[in-house]
Design a protein around this ligand. Structure first.
Ligand code: PGA
Length: 250
């Protein structure tokens, strides 16, 4: 049995006070959770959420970080800053970062390496656009994002990596990949990891599904062999929606 991780990506929502109040209510609602639970607030909201979830099952993540350690990089936030603030895991390569801010596989790979060096776990997001899927390029795109995103990452470090498969056309659209479609993309990703790192790393890798995950579809998704968690956007902003997702198996 692989471990399971359910993460909420708050995107650009929740001020420090809103985030703290929300996180307290969430911590109470998911206190019997049996899976790894992560919330990823915006940078300025991280500290208040870290304080609010102290002593609970909830871990705090970040949605992004700089590819540099320190220096003249206006507007950026470094891995050591996140670490010191109480972050344990960072989402990298989210499709919104790739599409809206031009993040490339090589740039994302620099961040992955830096996060691991600084003792942060990583959720590496991959996924195809609708055009790529319709052009029959699903596997080509996933392979490139996995191979390039993980370039120079050792087998040992893979224990700190989660891959999130998020078909871009399913994010925030209400359209979910069918459990079978998601499962076959996950199986493909696992087979690529097997080629790179061998069976034991591939078998223990957590692969999350992301894209319009809701209380009504989480059980069917989680029942699939290769789906080991969820990366949740919209539904992670409501305790009524996110708690049942986290507690899908309770
Ligand atoms: P969504 O977002 O759940 O709102 O579709 C998922 C994500 O972007 O991680």
């Amino acid at each position: 049995m692989r471990n399971v991780c359910i993460a909420g990506n708050w995107k650009m929502n929740m001020t420090p006070s809103e985030g703290a109040a929300f996180a307290k209510a969430l911590a109470e609602a998911v206190k019997d959770a049996t899976v790894r639970v992560v919330v990823a607030p915006p940078f300025v909201t991280i500290a208040s959420v870290v304080e609010a979830v102290d002593g609970s099952v909830i871990e705090v993540g970040a949605q992004n970080m700089s590819d540099q350690l320190s220096g003249a990089y206006t507007g950026e936030v470094s891995a050591p800053m996140l670490k010191e603030t109480g972050v344990s895991i960072v989402i990298l390569g989210h499709s919104e970062r790739r599409a809206l801010y031009g993040e490339t596989d090589a740039f994302i790979n620099r961040k992955v390496k830096l996060a691991l060096e600084q003792d942060l776990d990583v959720i590496l997001c991959v996924g195809e656009t609708l055009e790529e899927r319709e052009a029959g390029k699903l596997e080509e795109v996933l392979k490139r994002q996995v191979v390039e995103g993980l370039r120079d990452i050792s087998a040992q470090s893979m224990a700190r990596i989660i891959v999130a498969y998020e078909p871009v056309w399913a994010i925030g659209t209400g359209k979910t990949a069918t459990p079978d479609d998601a499962n076959s993309a996950h199986a493909f990703i696992r087979s690529e990891i097997d080629k790179l790192y061998g069976k034991s790393v591939a078998e223990s890798l957590i692969i999350q599904y992301g894209g319009s995950v809701k209380p009504s579809n989480v059980k069917d998704l989680m029942a699939m062999e290769h789906i080991d968690g969820a990366l949740v956007g919209g539904a992670s902003l409501s305790v009524e929606q996110f708690a049942p997702i986290v507690r899908y198996n309770v």
